[in-house]
Design a protein around this ligand. Structure first.
Ligand code: FAD
Length: 584
């Protein structure tokens, strides 16, 4: 991406730190993340207001966690329908069921509530945070301006104004003007797909807590998915890949009669369709921009990556892009992080969206079939289900801790000692147990898992995510369950104090105390998390004393066993510029 040469203009110039172009789910999430950190920004949108149609339908489990962290989830549960899994029918016979019930997460389901409602939730949050969207503001040009960019915007009546910003973030959707103006290109797609999307009222026997897919090869391959929406409505998505058209095989008819025919052709169980709305035909391919960050320009959401509507990942990707970028951009705007931190946004999120659709679950899918499939359907089923690998691919979910992580990121790391000390008296059994536990725990770059039943002081049981919601970097100083209390406590408090002295409120250290230890009276002024069932220690592979640094976006940035201040500060020096350090 490059910015074209500056042109003269007479419109007045305003100044800001970050100019967010676009107020869909991506731009609104980013705005909330900057607003809650007090970072200087403006958010503009060509539209006159938020979406009024459902568009993307479902919030995935990880996105629900993100919204909880942001404080935007309150009220969302009432707006939506919980979807616990997916059942697949082939030629009218039930062949596969895959559910979220084994998901190790606080939200073991998807929430179907429609993009319009999600945008309103985010707008409400933004307003509570004291900011607002400047609607009717269309970006027209961008020019280089010192270290930043100068944007020209057209208002509702054509009035032009200019905004100078250190960063311009294009959250302006699939037809991104920021991307176009700066010559950013989407990588060429191998095979575009065509999807018919519409909403109907559907009276049938299927419970509305699952989504259903109906596949058929009679008269050519056809796929129809039915996803529940609130108020007894359903989202229908039908596919007809162009590569598979035969002369007698026409496009899906976007009328109610056409959908009824498709419903019957795919062998969908008896149902009555009525009240059709919002029918669109999407011709999309999974495409990604070559570069997300170029100087002061950043792309996020649909502007950076296009995907098919089938698996419902477009909006979820956009919200997670913005959650990854928000804390980094806030630090950069404050001047306490360099551009390398912004570059890590590009590296981390590109790796996620470039991850090939999973075909590794092909044999698993075919093995899980309740009935054997023959012919073309057998060949096509794994590819179709790859769009839903957040539901169907267990190995992907297990390995990735319900969401893709950032293990290969340039800004995550870990240090582990030897399984046994070289010399000196020690209990080798407990040392080995501690080392093994750490080796099996979630790794740097993984999503930091939740854990129930922890306590703070005299308070009742809480989840870790509740304790950490909205926090910046959180350092968990695990005392471990295997070593003497006095020794591990002394090490943990010494490191926690040095972190507090060095990084102030940018990194909050928590002592994590296992069962059988005092619940109060610690010579440590910071937060203490009691772990009476040791579930938190076990979940983090912390049978032995260790430290785990959780980033503001809920991923493990660094971990070390045994805990070491030197190792931690080496890591933090790659995140924060020297001026972020309070004192040495
Ligand atoms: C009919 C329909 C159905 C869909 N169904 C699904 C689905 O089932 N599942 C799924 O995952 N996804 C679906 N999508 C895609 C999903 O809506 C997107 O992935 C999601 O909206 C991306 O969010 P975003 O914030 O990145 O971009 P958008 O939501 O597209 O927001 C773009 C924003 O940029 C603004 N903008 C655009 N140009 C300019 C400019 N020049 N200057 C200033 N502002 C500008 C717009 O006003 C808007 O505020 C559907 C989309 C449509 C249209």
């Amino acid at each position: 991406m490059e910015i074209a040469a500056a042109t003269e203009g007479s419109a007045p110039v305003a100044k800001t730190g970050a100019l967010i172009v676009g107020a869909g789910p991506t731009g609104l999430t980013l705005a909330c993340e900057l607003a809650r950190r007090g970072a200087p920004f403006r958010i503009v949108a060509a539209a006159g207001g938020p979406s009024t149609t459902a568009k993307a339908g479902q919030l995935h489990s990880r996105t629900l966690e993100v919204l909880e962290d942001m404080g935007a989830l309150e009220g969302a549960e009432e707006l939506g329908v919980r979807v616990y899994g997916m059942t697949v029918y082939a030629e009218g016979r039930r062949v596969l069921h895959s559910g979220h019930d084994d998901l190790d997460a606080p939200y073991p389901y998807e929430l179907a509530c429609g993009q319009d409602r999600i945008e309103r939730l985010l707008l409400d949050l933004l307003s509570r945070l004291g900011s607002r969207v400047e609607w009717h503001s269309r970006l027209e040009t961008i020019a280089p301006d010192g270290g930043g960019a100068l944007a020209t915007l057209a208002g509702a009546h054509g009035a032009s104004r200019r905004i100078r910003a250190r960063w311009v973030i294009g959250c302006d959707g699939a037809r991104s003007t920021v991307r176009e103006l700066t010559g950013g290109r989407l990588e060429r797609a191998a095979c575009p797909e065509e999807w018919l999307v519409g909403e109907v009222r559907l009276d049938w026997q299927q419970p509305p807590d699952e989504q259903y897919a109906f596949l058929s090869e009679e008269g050519g391959f056809a796929a129809l998915t039915c996803q529940p929406l609130p108020q007894e409505r359903w989202r229908l998505t039908a596919s007809l890949p162009p590569a598979h058209r035969t002369p007698g095989h026409r496009e899906p008819d976007p009328s109610l009669a056409g959908l009824r025919e498709l419903f019957e052709r795919t062998g969908a169980t008896a149902g009555r369709l009525s009240d059709l709305s919002g029918v669109t035909i999407h011709r999309v391919a999974r495409r990604t921009v070559e570069r997300r960050v170029a100087g002061p320009l950043i792309l996020a959401g649909d502007a950076a990556h296009l995907t098919s509507p089938l698996g419902g990942v477009g909006m979820n990707n956009g919200i997670q892009d913005a959650h990854n970028l928000g804390w980094k951009l806030a630090l950069a705007l404050e001047g306490v992080a360099g551009p390398e931190l912004i570059d890590s946004y590009a590296a981390e999120r590109q790796a996620i969206v470039r991850r090939p659709l999973s075909t590794s679950n092909r044999s698993h899918v075919l093995r899980s079939l309740r009935r054997p499939l023959a012919g073309e359907l057998r060949g096509r089923l794994p590819g179709f289900l790859a769009h839903f690998d957040h539901i169907t691919d267990r190995s992907y979910r297990d390995q990735a801790q319900i969401s893709s992580g950032y293990r290969d990121s340039p800004i995550v790391g870990e240090e582990a000692g030897a399984p046994l000390p070289r010399a000196g008296p020690s209990d080798h059994g407990s040392q080995l147990a501690a080392w093994t536990s750490f080796a099996r725990g979630p790794r740097a770059g993984d999503r930091a898992p939740d854990s129930p039943e922890i306590r703070e002081g005299d308070g009742g049981p809480r989840r870790l995510f509740e304790v950490l919601a909205g926090s910046e970097h959180a350092l968990l100083m695990f005392l471990g369950c295997e070593q003497p209390h006095a020794q591990t406590l002394a090490t943990a408090t010494a490191i926690a104090r040095r972190v507090g002295d060095g990084y102030g409120s940018r990194v909050t250290a928590h002592l994590v105390v296992p069962a059988g230890r005092p619940v109060a009276g610690y010579d440590w002024p910071g937060p203490v998390i009691l772990d009476p069932t040791e579930a938190l220690h076990n979940r983090y592979g912390a049978r032995g004393e260790c430290l785990v640094l959780i980033r503001p976006d809920g991923y493990i940035g660094f971990r070390a066993q045994p805990p070491s201040f030197q190792a931690l500060s080496r890591h933090l020096s790659g995140i924060f510029a020297p001026m972020a350090i309070v004192s040495s």
